[in-house]
Design a protein around this ligand. Structure first.
Ligand code: PLP
Length: 399
């Protein structure tokens, strides 16, 4: 991971006269040169529309777009390439399932099981689809209560929708076990992998999840691209989410019929250049090696947790034994927004607020917290600078 920071041009700048320390990658990660260059190259040489032309350019654009799909299939170990659907992000992937699966399976009293630590994008789509939410409680450390989870199933349960890793607590959930519990009751499981992809090794066949959703922009890729993995049998039975070009077989004014997977779910011109850019990000992840990434981020997490714990008045929210590189905290006597503002003046980017997890804030009885999140380009120096800046915050507020 040495020198990887140098591959991310944005990280070379100064903010308020200080070198930028970017600790907000759970929000969105920064982009390496290879991604920027791939997009520039694509637009300069290969751009055309995909799947609908007989020109050389359309052939090239289609090949590059489909190559990304193949790469994702390999990285997730999906059985079929057509089980990989491109969306605009995790949010759209979940909305796709809530709409398409929900439309055919939900009735007036349907229930979806979620956890206390879900992001709003794994709460609101189910509510919009008319489902009642049954919520898995968590311990104070931020660990799922598996016994309580097993007791939530009823004859009204239609789906479990659970995050793989929490964007606030960092907790890595025991999703394989949770999927087995759901499958024993013949209930499918959607996994929100927004904070897991690029931070852990994944095998959707081994996990046996029915759906897996994530965003490219949190994994060194461009914004506007997401992925929904779905098992063929389920996807085949689901109606299209959006109608338009590319997803049809035939159209008359009376009736339309639809094409097969995956294009049935990809109406309209997709985000081709960004999908192409994502390929370069995926290659970078592969070349670094997911095991090396895990080790690097784990070492940083440990170092940061130890150092932050020593700051007087600071409480870490989320102390589960298995975590991704996310550390949220509050500092007694200082509002999280004030902390983030002062850190920004020191060149340090963190996020403060409810992190799109209002029910989780309520669980901890806090209005907001500060979140530090780690990625491959972070270093121990970044953590040292963060901790010195937090001591400054304490000085300013006399706490
Ligand atoms: N789920 C989790 C756990 C997240 O952290 C996020 C974004 O922060 C999302 C879903 C939504 O992702 P996006 O905004 O890329 O659709």
């Amino acid at each position: 991971m040495n020198n990887i920071k140098a591959d991310f041009p944005i990280l070379k700048q100064m903010i308020h006269g200080k070198p930028l320390v970017y600790l907000d990658s759970s929000n969105t990660s920064q982009k390496p040169n290879v991604v920027l260059e791939a997009m520039q190259h694509y637009y300069s040489n290969d751009h055309s529309n995909v799947h609908r032309g007989i020109t050389v350019l359309s052939g090239r654009a289609t090949e590059r777009y489909e190559n990304t799909r193949k790469k994702i299939q390999t990285m997730l170990n999906a059985k079929h390439v057509y089980e990989i659907i491109f969306t605009s992000g995790t949010t759209e992937s979940i909305n796709l399932v809530a709409n398409s699966y929900g439309r055919t399976h939900f009735t007036a009293d349907s229930e979806v099981i979620v956890s206390t630590m879900e992001h709003h994008s794994n709460i609101v789509p189910w509510q919009l689809a008319g489902a009642k939410l049954k919520v898995i409680p968590i311990t104070d450390a931020g660990v799922i209560d598996l016994k309580a989870y097993a007791s939530l199933f009823s004859d009204k349960t239609k789906l479990v929708a659970i995050t793989h890793a929490s964007n606030v607590l960092g907790t890595i959930n025991p999703i394989k076990e949770m999927i087995q519990i759901a499958h024993a009751r013949h209930i499918p499981v959607l996994v929100d992998g927004a904070q897991a992809f690029s931070h852990m090794s994944l095998d959707v066949q081994d996990l046996d999840c029915d759906f897996y959703a994530f965003s490219a922009h949190k994994a060194y890729g461009p914004t506007g691209v997401g992925v929904l993995y779905g098992k063929e049998a389920l996807l085949k039975k689901m109606a299209p989410f959006k109608g338009g070009g590319a997803m049809i077989e035939s159209v008359t004014f009376e009736k339309s019929t639809f094409t097969g997977l995956p294009l049935k779910f990809e109406a309209g011109t997709p985000n081709i250049a960004n999908v192409v850019g994502f390929h370069a990000a995926l290659e970078l992840i592969e070349s670094m090696g997911i095991e090396n990434i895990i080790q690097h981020e784990r070492a940083l997490l440990q170092y940061a947790t130890d150092k932050l714990s020593k700051i007087l008045g600071l409480t870490i929210i989320g102390t589960a034994p298995h975590k991704v590189g996310v550390i949220s905290f509050i500092l007694e006597g200082v509002h999280p927004h004030d902390i983030a503002t002062i850190l920004d003046h020191e060149g340090i980017s963190v996020r403060a607020g409810h992190h799109c997890a209002m029910p989780l804030m309520e669980r901890y009885r806090i209005p907001a917290c500060v979140r530090v999140s780690l990625a491959v380009y972070n270093t121990m120096d970044d953590i040292d600078l963060l901790c010195s800046a937090l001591e400054k915050v304490r000085g300013i507020f006399h706490v």
